[in-house]
Design a protein around this ligand. Structure first.
Ligand SMILES: Cc1cc2nc3c(=O)[nH]c(=O)nc-3n(C[C@H](O)[C@H](O)[C@H](O)COP(=O)(O)O)c2cc1C
Length: 172
């Protein structure tokens, strides 16, 4: 699968098969995240791979009872070790860095025939308590991972002319 094919084929997967994900595939997904770029190459990220069913059920509750969070055989809690670094442009780097790593992981998972869903709807304090995450660490996102039956139809996207201008703001 070429990169563009994975980008175009990827969907948010919310229906998972009751089938474990092979260790090598999880490792490859993690490797894709490990190789991702980060501001000043800080790599201030940490990924907790949650396979334990009881923990996944607790995470589901922390994620507003989104059932598929417990159904997915793997949930990755994507954390940032240091959330204090702000780039010259004014943006804090930690959530951007973690999001890039997760994007790489999501696309790698797609190539391996696995599906993911980003989860931003969760109570951070609850997730930290469940997974024994230190106070100073931020939980940026959860990512479900697993085999799925069907790839859902694509969701709509804005047209290119709605989101792009050339040379100056608003010019087409
Ligand atoms: C940062 C982020 C947070 C998201 N949080 C959730 C979530 O909590 N629950 C959920 O079901 N989907 C969540 N999604 C998935 C989006 O709803 C989905 O990406 C969007 O509707 C487009 O659909 P697609 O991914 O299938 O193309 C999230 C996606 C992103 C990028």
């Amino acid at each position: 699968m070429e990169v563009y094919e994975a980008i175009a084929y990827r969907r948010s997967i919310r229906n998972y098969l009751d089938k474990p994900v092979e260790e090598e595939k999880i490792e490859r997904v993690l490797e894709a995240g490990r190789l991702a770029p980060s501001a000043a190459n800080k790599q201030e990220w940490h990924f907790i791979i949650v396979r334990d069913k009881e923990l996944r059920e607790k995470l589901m509750k922390a994620a507003g009872d989104q059932k598929f969070v417990a159904e997915a055989p793997v949930v990755i809690a994507a954390c940032a070790l240091d959330s204090s670094h702000v780039m010259k442009c004014g943006q804090p780097s930690y959530s951007i860095d973690v999001a890039i790593a997760l994007s790489f992981m999501n696309l790698q998972a797609t190539e391996l025939g696995l599906g993911c869903c980003w989860i931003g709807h969760f109570e951070e304090g609850e997730v930290k308590e469940i997974l024994k995450i230190p106070e100073t660490v931020r939980v940026v996102q959860l990512l479900t991972l697993g085999y799925f039956e069907e790839n859902p139809p694509p969701k709509s996207r804005k047209r290119p002319d709605e989101i792009v201008s050339y040379d100056y703001w608003g010019s087409s």
